[in-house]
Design a protein around this ligand. Structure first.
Ligand SMILES: Nc1nc2c(ncn2[C@@H]2O[C@H](COP(=O)(O)OP(=O)(O)OP(=O)(O)O)[C@@H](O)[C@H]2O)c(=O)[nH]1
Ligand SMILES: [Mg+2]
Length: 408
């Protein structure tokens, strides 16, 4: 059965209306990702925050009567609430009150399917809960695993705190160990050309990944569908990685928890930032994305913007506009396949641009030495052994000097 809610968007007096609209629209999408239907939106511009209920008392009672009239299950706030505010609001309104961070954490918890994403989303949850512990028990109790809700009092509080602190340590260690074991596994693999897909949730990263690799990973019109960094081959030597989606003001608890796996992809050879060009707030999305790129140090190496979902555009002014602003970007539809061949070409060109091509004549006694290098670092095309040994191969530019000085 579907649940329903009232959204409460709280803003500063001078907040731009486009930001207000985007926040409300995102909050709606977040709610619907948990199958919570929005029945009413309340927008509140605040001069100051009420410490006990965040919004003013009068407004709270207004919302209370809406809650009763519409018989909703939740009231969802766009701002973070203190445990006290949350409790006071729940007492007055008589329904569950959730803030934006909790909403996002619940989506992560629901969508975490694999070991690593489960660890990461659990870590995010406990980092969120720790400073929120009160004598009344844990506020996000419904999603809590293994931690009770009853029993106010210092003893219980101390127990919860110790449990959570211990759990946070364990989770951090497990995530590190997991990452280490992955790195270990990859160490012996040949140095490949690595591409990473980054971008807002729902931009179409996984759909592009599927197009390029012929995979069939799950895609959905909900938020935060993919939580895992998954790597697949495009062809021999070229791999592509799909990552967890960005979002505006992603709670720091989430960023902290997923940082390790995202940073793993920060050193890829080619970074593709996927943007839904049909998004009415595309300009703000790009703005938010830039700030995340800086925050996570993703601004190294080759970066391209891939504007996706061009099939949804009614006119092409947007394409012309972004072509001018980002001359290197490309415009595709992962759904219809339009311009995907251009994306492949871009990948190929970048792949070959990091390589040098060699045709080297080498004596038989030195052949094994050369082949050892080529086989471990480059791509061997063929060996023409009719007369002398002519070896044809590609090798990353950084090894070219070595080849030239030793063999050419
Ligand atoms: N119309 C249209 N829809 C698309 C296109 N690409 C993806 N979609 C749809 O957009 C939704 C989101 O696509 P995903 O590939 O799951 O997006 P994502 O970036 O991986 O999202 P997260 O995993 O949440 O970060 C799905 O319903 C896709 O079918 C496109 O080019 N055109
Ligand atoms: Mg995805």
């Amino acid at each position: 059965m579907e649940n329903s809610c009232i959204l409460v968007g709280t803003f500063a007096k001078d907040e731009m209306s486009i930001r207000v609209n985007k926040t409300i629209s995102e909050l709606k999408d977040l709610s619907s990702s948990l199958f919570i239907k929005t029945k009413e939106e309340v927008i509140q511009r605040l001069e100051k925050v009420n410490p006990s209920t965040y919004i003013g008392k009068g407004k709270v009672y207004e919302i209370k009567s809406m809650v009763e009239k519409l018989s909703v299950d939740f009231v969802i706030f766009s701002n973070e609430l203190s445990p006290l505010q949350k409790r006071n609001l729940e007492n007055i309104l008589g329904v569950n009150v959730i803030d934006r961070t909790e909403l996002i954490l619940r989506i992560f918890e629901k969508n975490a399917k694999t070991t690593i994403s489960k660890l990461e989303s659990e870590l995010a949850k406990y980092v969120y809960l720790l400073p929120r512990l009160t004598g009344k028990g844990i506020s996000m109790s419904q999603t809590g695993g293994g931690v009770g809700t009853r029993g106010p009092g210092e003893k219980k509080l101390e127990y919860d705190r110790r449990y959570i602190e211990k759990r946070i340590d364990i989770l951090k260690r497990k995530i590190k160990d997991y990452q280490k074991s992955i790195n270990e596994k990859n160490k012996n693999r040949k140095k490949l050309f690595k591409i990473t897909l980054f971008g807002y949730t729902n931009a179409g990263k996984t759909t592009i990944m599927n197009r390029l690799t012929g995979s069939d990973f799950y895609t959905d019109d909900k938020l935060f569908t993919t939580l895992d960094t998954v790597t697949r081959k495009i062809e021999r030597y070229i791999v592509i990685t799909d990552t967890v989606g960005f979002f505006s003001d992603l709670p720091h608890q989430v960023i902290e928890s997923f940082k390790l796996t995202i940073e793993e992809s920060a050193d890829s050879d080619l970074k593709l930032f996927v943007i839904d060009i049909s998004d009415p707030y595309v300009e703000l999305v790009i703005e938010d994305m830039h700030s995340i790129i800086n925050q996570l140090n993703l601004n190294r190496g080759e970066i391209y913007f891939v504007f996706n979902k061009i099939d949804l555009l009614i006119n092409f002014e947007r394409i012309e506009y972004y072509k001018n602003v980002y001359p290197n970007s490309i415009f595709v539809s992962a759904k219809s396949g339009e311009n995907i061949d251009r994306l492949k070409e871009l990948i190929k060109n970048n792949f070959y641009s990091v390589l040098d091509y060699f045709e080297i004549k080498v004596s038989s006694d030195r052949l094994p030495e050369l082949l050892k290098i080529v086989n471990s670092r480059g791509i061997l095309l063929n060996i023409d052994g009719d007369k002398n040994n002519v070896v044809k191969f590609y090798i990353p530019k950084k090894y070219s000097k070595l080849i030239r000085s030793d063999f050419a």
